[in-house]
Write a new protein. Sequence first.
Length: 216
Amino acid sequence: MHTFRDLATAAYCPRKLYYRRRDGEPTIPDGVEDVRQLAFDYDTLRSVDAALLAAPIEVSPGTYRERLGRLARRLDYWDGLVDPPRRDALLTGRECRGIAHKVLEAPLVPSLVFAGEPPDEGVWEPQTVRLVAAAKALAWEHETTVERAVAEYPAYGVVREIDLTVRRKAAYRKAVRTAETIDGPPSRVDSDAKCAPCEYRETCGTTTRSLASMLS
């Protein structure tokens, strides 16, 4: 059975998934858990100056509080984000399993917490696949439909909702097919942006192409 992380990695770079399966999951980078913890401390960060000043946030304290204030006014499930009914819940679906950092109720929605920076709009595609996987596993577990999921970027005070659209479900299905068919090193990718932060960049043999070569 695939993990949520497997499917997100398959959507990002199948070759990276091959190496992770071969070598085992890498150690979680320092600081990631500290950032994730912010998603469970929103009330404290809104009210306690010392906590906010010491927090590993990536925007100014004033901007951060302003963003949290807007979220509290806008989101009808804000109380569930602040004090989730289920935390770090292991969800097991028909095809995949993994951890949902929060599970909200009424309506039933999974929320995943990401330590990195959000895109200007929406959610990064590999994270979208991971969110769809969590929603499908939650739906399978409860024998009901789950039509949306939530992504939190707590270092930036950003929360994004996604609906499980046809396109997003198709990206999930493609990631499942990719994960199922990997039995050797997949083809090399052509993306400097993906290779630069990869922990396997020195050993995987990935080739990248310059802009000049792609235009020639």
